[in-house]
Design a protein around this ligand. Structure first.
Ligand SMILES: Nc1ncnc2c1ncn2[C@@H]1O[C@H](COP(=O)(O)OP(=O)(O)OP(=O)(O)O)[C@@H](O)[C@H]1O
Ligand SMILES: [Mg+2]
Length: 263
């Protein structure tokens, strides 16, 4: 582990993240070793997606430093675009283009970011679709895919450029338990087989912990737990227990954020 901690995939060092003039997270220290799968958990509105946006450079930290593979996340557009090629992102909406087939969707990043000849791209697309078990679906359009299949196509597209770091924001939203199991297995398998590092933002605690090496819980503007899944299950911290049990009342101020839904 000494190598991994010397040269982690991701490092947050005393990071503060503000949005709309408000501090969302502060005092964030986080080191993600290469090769690991980390679950980022926490109640709605606690700043999970915000944390990811600092990683992809969409949001510059108000204080502190964010590093990806030993380099500070750049502010300048050109360097930022270059760095983003090393991060595969799967967002909850899939973001597939509806008038392109599954294969064309997966080919898109390869067409945009490489000068590979058509035949090579076709072969790579076939391999990526095969990696998510969907080679037979290459010519289907998104509307012809189930929710689980569409999520897998989006996953194939996210790995198209062989990014060493994968970030998933709520990868299980809208999926039934079986499709969820398939996605989680894939996330885990891809991480191990391709030697990736994965960050999974989710409130699906029970589906995610089995494949995670580590769990980080965000609440009340910071990290309130950082440890193994076993340690998380065993914790007596009332705040973390409240989150795990999904209880509305307790030390987590669920509605501190201005996004309160119903009164
Ligand atoms: N573009 C924005 N401008 C201002 N405030 C924002 C913006 N995006 C998010 N926020 C606020 O930042 C806080 C954290 O939001 P974020 O989306 O990171 O939470 P989350 O943990 O991902 O929640 P969820 O589980 O519901 O996806 C919320 O209070 C939200 O209202
Ligand atoms: Mg979110």
């Amino acid at each position: 582990m000494t190598d991994a901690s010397r040269d982690p995939a991701v490092r947050f060092d005393a990071v503060r993240l503000d949005r709309g003039g408000r501090t969302i997270l502060s005092g964030i220290d986080l080191v993600v070793p290469r090769g690991s799968v980390t679950a980022i958990l926490g109640p709605s509105g606690c700043g999970k997606s915000t944390l990811l946006s600092a990683l992809t450079g969409e949001l510059a930290p108000a204080a502190g430093r964010v590093e990806v593979f030993g380099r500070a996340v750049p502010q300048r557009t050109r360097e930022l675009l270059e760095m983003r090629k090393s991060i595969g992102v799967l967002l909850q909406g899939n973001g597939l283009l509806t008038d392109l087939t599954a294969a064309e969707n997966v080919a898109l990043p390869l067409r945009t970011h490489t000068r590979l000849p058509r035949a090579v791209i076709d072969r790579l697309v076939e391999m990526k679709l095969h990696a998510v078990g969907l080679r037979a679906a290459a010519d289907l359009y998104p509307r012809e895919l189930s929710g689980g299949m569409a999520r897998r196509v989006a996953l194939a597209r996210a790995i198209a450029l062989d990014p060493p770091l994968m970030v998933y924001d709520e990868p299980l939203t809208g999926l039934d338990p079986i499709a969820s199991g398939v996605i989680m297995n894939l996330v885990s398998e891809l991480n191990d087989r391709l030697g990736l590092t994965s960050l999974i933002v989710t409130h699906h605690v029970h589906e995610t912990l089995p494949i995670a090496d580590r769990a980080v819980v965000l609440a009340n503007g910071g990290i309130v737990f950082d440890g193994t899944p076993d340690q998380l299950q065993a914790t007596q911290d009332p705040l973390v227990r409240q989150f795990l049990r999904g209880e509305p009342d307790g030390p987590i101020a669920f509605d501190s954020a201005p996004r309160r839904e119903a009164a």
